[in-house]
Design a protein around this ligand. Structure first.
Ligand SMILES: Cc1ncc(COP(=O)(O)O)c(C=O)c1O
Ligand SMILES: [Zn+2]
Length: 375
């Protein structure tokens, strides 16, 4: 039986208890599942990520799903190097967050919860709102006032109650924590079930590469929902003996807000010393990621690293992607902007996988401004 274990005090909860943080000490909960995954466990008759349902904490019969996942992994050779792009902008709501939302909202439905709160810079909120709409669950989404109009409109279209909070992303987080005192918090950062969905990124890459593991995996990182999910997925495959190594994970931050990079380089650095400006990559501009310790540990365990990219590098990546027929939102192109750094971090024969994580239609205004300034 899976358990939710507190990463601070070790207290274990039955996974069906409606807890999103430790009631004993307020710590983060992680889901522990004991299973022995093998290739035969893949349910090939099931489209999308639910093909790995035997490795998920919700039965397939209870899945809230749009048949999401199994996004394309396409070859993008760079000077004879094996580079692949994982098209995780191709989801129902336009970002990879649907992975986490599908599993988390399915779990919430099995608990019989009918009303939730969530906070987001936009994409996670849209994903939770869409799956709640499908499950007929009421949701209230807290967003920073400056959230892109396309994301706000998307949230409203799904029927979410949108609460715009003035100030920083952190102020939005404190507003939702207040609301979460009497409603279930469907948080993409706190809730362990969200990471059970994002872990399918790893299972897919492994299956799509014919059972191989990329040598280097390049992922944008703010709160780490994709990075930690991918780490959990590859670690499970490793512990089950299905793969013999982990990919070296490169986390990509925005140079305008890079607390994790600083902590990786200077372990004693204080979050409070992090100053940050506006950036094109607002989705990863997280000054105080709640799972920072786990992210840094995952990077170390995988023998990976963390890098930053400037807005100019993101712009150049967006233009390059556009010329390849790919319309990506700025945050979603951060990993592509770190391509040269990934090449330097690898040897010639190694396989590099780069995640594209959000669709360009989400950030039409920003992309239009970039084009305007170029002409
Ligand atoms: C398009 C996109 N990519 C990447 C991320 C980074 O996710 P995380 O903050 O969980 O690391 C986000 C977060 O909102 C996002 O919207
Ligand atoms: Zn605890």
């Amino acid at each position: 039986m899976p358990v939710l274990r507190c990463s601070s005090c070790g207290y274990a909860y039955d996974y069906r208890e409606p807890v999103w943080k430790c009631n004993q000490c307020g710590g983060l909960l992680d889901l522990e599942m004991d299973f022995a995954f093998t290739r035969d466990w893949i349910d090939r008759a099931v489209p999308g990520l639910w093909r790995y349902h035997k490795a998920l904490p919700v039965p397939l019969s209870k899945a809230i799903t749009f048949q999401e996942g199994m996004t394309p992994l396409t070859a993008f050779p760079v000077d004879d190097r094996a580079v692949y792009l994982k098209h995780d902008h191709l989801f129902q709501t336009g970002s990879y967050k649907d992975r986490g939302a599908s599993v988390l909202v399915s779990h919430i439905q099995t608990l019989g919860i009918r009303s939730v709160v969530e906070d987001s810079s936009g994409n996670a909120g849209c994903a939770i709102a869409a799956y709640c709409a499908k499950a007929n669950i009421t949701c209230e989404i807290f967003v920073p006032e400056k959230t892109a109009p396309a994301k706000l409109s998307q949230l409203k279209m799904y029927g979410a109650l949108v609460r715009k909070i003035p100030g920083s992303r952190e102020e939005t987080a404190s507003a939702v924590h207040n609301a979460a005192k009497d409603k279930y918090y469907a948080s993409h950062c706190w809730n362990a079930f969200f990471f059970q969905g994002t872990k399918t990124f790893a299972y897919e890459v492994w299956e799509q590469l014919g059972g191989r593991v990329p040598d280097v995996l390049v992922l944008p990182v703010g709160n780490g929902t994709l990075l930690l999910g991918a780490y959990i997925g590859f670690s499970e495959l490793f512990l089950c003996g299905v793969i013999q190594k982990l990919p070296r994970i490169i986390g990509v931050q925005s140079a305008a807000c890079n607390p994790l990079e600083r902590m990786f380089q200077y372990p004693d650095a204080e979050f409070a010393s992090t100053t940050w400006q506006d950036t094109l990559a607002e989705g990863i501009a997280i000054a105080r990621p709640v799972r920072a310790k786990q992210i840094l540990q995952a990077l170390k365990d995988s023998r990976g690293t963390i890098v930053s990219v400037s807005d100019d590098e993101i712009k150049a990546a967006l233009i390059k992607l556009g010329k390849m027929g790919l319309y990506i939102e700025p945050t979603g192109a951060a990993a592509m902007a770190a391509l040269n750094q990934a090449i330097q971090f690898s040897s010639k024969k190694e396989i590099i996988v780069i995640a594209l994580t959000g669709h360009g239609l989400k950030a039409f205004e920003k992309l239009d401004l970039i084009l305007h300034h170029r002409s």
